[in-house]
Design a protein around this ligand. Structure first.
Ligand SMILES: Nc1ncnc2c1ncn2[C@@H]1O[C@H](COP(=O)(O)OP(=O)(O)OP(=O)(O)O)[C@@H](O)[C@H]1O
Ligand SMILES: CC(C)(CO)[C@@H](O)C(=O)[O-]
Ligand code: BAL
Length: 348
């Protein structure tokens, strides 16, 4: 097996589990020492042309793992970058607050922007990675809106011109019910980012589970030669999924935010105790959220299979059924906005 892997690495052929009928495991020694980049300084690129000049200068033995983000980095993003460093010679983090995935009534204007701290966190990660980790963050791609959308990008869909990517009907389900514009914006920007950054692998978080299902489909349908990695959700001590938007939650609102995770865990426990009817399981989640009072409101809770996101009536073992929910934390004081949280667990 080792020689097969080494041959794959040297020919820059993807090492796919399907080839080996085995679960993927990373073996650091397979990355040739000459392709390692410990001493490379992390560079920030704002233009597609300068990024590409760097990307095309890499030796063919290099592998590039890309972590797309909207910035305001937290431990969840860092775990994606760490995973990318563990199996690529170069990690590229993209930071782009993508207007196309926001509706005119959403929080594009107030979304946290912390570029300086973000870059510092990535430098710190680089410094903390042990020697046997083959990759480092070599590049941070921080494009301007004009660079990504040369024709401009008004938030009103009817006013948008240019090329857009839609993954149907997946994009209309779950999150798409409340955010119909959302996945068109995500699929479009990810297609652009993949074309620009030329990754071998891309890293997405389980927290945005529908996004991972859509990206998997997009990679397949548009024939991208890119492997998708889905990284487990990083959580706060009480279980709240880390999210850039958590900075909006202070005091009492932070306390009640945990309700979404409690609801999912209550369903998981019920399932583990033998209940597998979706209607009963989902009712349990609704009960947990409604008993938390009027400060939170459930948007949806759903049980879906992981390929087409079809709703299921019973949770069958071994299918990786997705239990997902979205919940609003309502304003308490003048000037506060509603905060929408999402979370999910896989019932396996
Ligand atoms: N808690 C987390 N654990 C693991 N990955 C995460 C976590 N939160 C976000 N990610 C992943 O990081 C990537 C970039 O996400 P993004 O920049 O939108 O951050 P976010 O915290 O999800 O922000 P938002 O508050 O807007 O939802 C996505 O693939 C996302 O799934
Ligand atoms: C994938 C992404 C960076 C596209 O803007 C965004 O949807 C996110 O951060 O999850
Ligand atoms: N990670 C999700 C990005 C968004 O809500 O726009």
């Amino acid at each position: 097996m080792l020689s097969t892997l080494r041959a794959c690495a040297l020919r820059r052929v993807s090492y796919r589990p399907a080839n080996l009928h085995k679960q993927y495991t990373y073996i650091p020694a397979l990355i040739p020492p000459q392709a390692r980049t410990y001493t490379t300084k992390m560079q920030t690129y704002h233009a597609v042309s300068t990024y590409r000049a760097w990307r095309y200068s890499l030796p063919p033995t290099s592998t590039v793992g890309v972590v797309p983000t909207m910035g305001a980095l937290h431990a969840g993003h860092i775990s994606l970058a760490r995973a990318a460093a563990s199996e690529n010679t170069h990690v590229v983090v993209t930071i782009f607050l993508n207007p196309a995935q926001f509706s005119p009534t959403e929080d594009l204007a107030s979304y946290p922007k912390t570029l300086e701290t973000d870059l510092k966190k990535l430098e710190e990660l680089n410094a903390s990675l042990p020697d046997d980790v083959p990759g480092r963050i070599s590049a941070v791609f921080v494009p301007t809106v004009a660079e990504m959308y040369p024709a401009g990008i008004p938030l009103v869909r009817d006013q948008q011109v240019g090329t857009f990517v839609e993954v149907i009907p997946l994009s209309a389900k779950l999150e798409g019910g409340t955010r119909p514009h959302f996945f068109r914006g995500v699929a479009t920007v990810c297609t652009k980012l993949f074309n620009i950054t030329s990754p071998n692998r891309v890293y997405f978080g389980q927290k945005d589970v529908q996004q991972t299902v859509i990206i998997r489909r997009l990679l397949l349908d548009l024939q991208f030669d890119i492997e998708l990695r889905v990284i487990p959700t990083e959580r706060e001590q009480d279980g709240l999924a880390m999210s850039s938007r958590n900075v909006y939650l202070k005091g009492r609102r932070r306390e009640v935010a945990i309700t979404i995770y409690r609801a999912l865990k209550a369903v998981e426990e019920m399932y583990q105790n033998g209940e597998n009817r979706a209607s009963v399981l989902l009712e349990k989640a609704r009960e947990v959220v409604s008993s938390a009072g009027s400060e939170v409101k459930l948007d949806y809770v759903s049980l879906n299979e992981p390929q087409l996101l079809e709703e299921v009536e019973t949770v069958e073992k071994g299918r990786g059924i997705i239990l997902s929910a979205a919940m609003w934390v309502l304003p308490r004081e003048e000037g506060e906005g509603t905060v929408r949280l999402i979370d999910n667990l896989i019932l396996s």
